[in-house]
Design a protein around this ligand. Structure first.
Ligand code: HEM
Length: 486
């Protein structure tokens, strides 16, 4: 039986597309299929369907869309997140696994704590610049982890280039909302010369390709220079891989360096807005739910005390902070429809035929807003993760780590690293900061107003809030932590 087709692209607005897809889920159930200019698209609206297809039949569902504009003309086929499932992709994942697997994350802990303390210092000086401090925190931490250098401020050219590429990818080149590129419907158009009328897409692609290649190439060239001089750098992803003995590599040196360069660039770009979105939702929740802050601070005060800041070693002893992290991931999933997987051979599921080349989206939004699993799903309630029975039959789908980072062979490789980084920042902010609504000139609180305008990422618009040190003692602790690093 073929899957029922329910619409075509011409009817669609892409504004918060996940809401639209979730309405279809209410009407049509777990599997919703549509065709857009002949391209089949399948939305998996339940955890069960996503696990059955993307996890259990992982190899068949590990492709990415075959796009002429994004993949070939803009050169994105080298970016791991867009690469097709094949030898190059597997090499990329192995490199990332090596650097980001649970065993190696320990090595990044001092750096994570150090960047967290610098972040607290900046917040203590100017809390109203919360969003730029967060950008700096993520950009700085990831740049150091990936390339072994610190960035100077949020205007750093490496960071700006990466943010620019991220915007190009998610809002222009590879987004449903940007429309469908004519060259993806009629691939022979790629042979048109750039000056030909109607070939504006080629000129755009050529400019964008340069922007992407520069973003990936320039920081790697710096690593290469470091390696050939005696520059003192931090231990980093690129540094460790660059120095690997030739016999461990197994491919040509040029190919190997290209793999390091593209995986490094992908990790850096992929980490920025995703992490920012979670932390913006964290700040929003802390402003809107003061009772959560009170409970969290009581837990930290009791377990950690007032003589030091929390560290990652405290994590197992702070279950309420863990519950806040879980709830931030669930309440503000950064990529609500994850990224599309392409089915690379015909398949059958629940008696329905799914044709080869169907693009498959996991509807993370619906899974994390399921009212059966998460009563009052729009409310921020960390308590929903506490006191669950040890044999909870729904433990897997209740844990947002199993949904918000995607599924199967394309699941986010940065999940374990980013969790540590998010936890450290949340725990240290709660230990040292108070969160309030901003006030207007007559002292009345201003309700935070949020909109979501992007198509792929669920990035909230900036909102006003008042985040400041909790006490003089908190300020002292921040100063002591920063001074110890200098
Ligand atoms: C809270 C932060 C993050 C969230 C929610 C997130 C989420 C995701 C999701 C949903 C995907 C697509 C998975 C799929 O196709 O099924 C993905 C892919 C990816 N993420 Fe993350 N991510 C985050 C942070 C990071 C970080 C910090 C890194 C790097 C250190 C990273 C590196 C990647 C890469 C390289 C891919 C592409 C994987 C592939 O195509 O095989 N992400 N991420």
């Amino acid at each position: 039986m073929p899957l029922p087709v329910i619409g075509n692209l011409l009817d669609l607005s892409f504004d918060q597309f996940w809401l639209r897809v979730s309405k279809w889920a209410d009407m049509y159930g777990d599997l919703v299929y549509l065709r857009v200019f002949g391209q089949g698209i399948l939305f998996l609206n339940s955890f069960e369907a996503a696990v059955d297809l993307l996890d259990k039949s992982g190899a068949a569902y590990a492709g990415r869309p075959l796009t002429v504009m994004c993949g070939k003309l803009c050169g994105c086929e080298n970016i791991t997140a867009f690469a097709q499932y094949g030898p190059e992709f597997r090499r990329h994942r192995r490199l990332m696994q090596h650097a980001l697997g649970a065993g190696n994350i320990q090595g990044y802990r001092p750096l994570i704590m150090e960047e967290t303390h610098f972040f607290l210092q900046r917040m203590a000086e100017s809390g109203q610049d919360f969003v730029s401090h967060i950008r700096r925190y993520i950009g700085g931490q990831m740049f150091a982890i990936v390339y072994g250098h610190r960035i100077v401020d949020e205007k750093d050219p490496y960071l700006k280039r990466a943010e620019n590429v991220l915007d190009l990818l998610s809002n222009h080149i590879a987004s449903l909302g940007a429309g469908v590129w004519i060259v993806d419907i009629f691939p022979f158009l790629k042979y048109l010369p750039s000056w030909f009328p109607g070939a504006a897409f080629k000129r755009k692609a050529s400019n964008w390709r340069t922007v992407i290649e520069d973003c990936v190439r320039l920081p790697f060239e710096r690593v290469r220079e470091d390696m050939s001089s005696d520059a003192r750098t931090l231990a980093s992803y690129c540094g460790v891989l660059y120095n690997r003995p030739a016999e461990d590599i197994g491919i040509s040196r040029a190919q190997y360096e290209s793999d390091i360069q593209w995986t490094a660039g992908t990790m850096y770009v992929a980490s920025l807005d995703t992490t920012l979105i979670v932390l913006m939702h964290f700040a929003l929740a802390m402003v809107l739910y003061p009772q959560v802050v009170q409970k969290a601070q009581a837990e930290i005060d009791q377990v950690v005390g007032h003589e030091r800041l929390p560290t990652l070693d405290d994590r197992p002893a702070l279950p309420y902070i863990e519950a806040i992290l879980n709830e931030c991931l669930r309440w503000g999933p950064p990529i609500p429809l994850a990224l599309p997987h392409r089915l690379t051979k015909d398949d059958t599921y629940r008696g329905m035929r799914i044709p080869k080349n169907t693009l498959v989206f996991a509807n993370v939004w619906r899974m994390t807003r399921d009212p059966e699993l998460f009563p009052h799903p729009d409310e921020f309630m960390p308590e929903r993760y506490l006191n669950l029975p040890a044999d909870d039959p729904e433990a897997k789908q209740r844990d947002p780590r199993n949904t918000v980072f995607g599924f199967g062979r394309r699941r986010c490789p940065g999940a374990t690293l980013v969790e540590s980084s998010l936890w450290a920042l949340m725990a240290c902010m709660l230990a040292t900061m108070d969160f309030h609504k901003a006030t207007d000139s007559s002292g009345e609180p201003i309700e935070p107003h949020i909109e979501y305008r992007d198509v792929t990422l669920r990035m909230p618009t900036a909102f006003q809030c008042d985040i400041r040190p909790r006490s003089d003692r908190a300020l002292e602790l921040i100063r002591e932590a920063v001074t110890a690093k200098e």
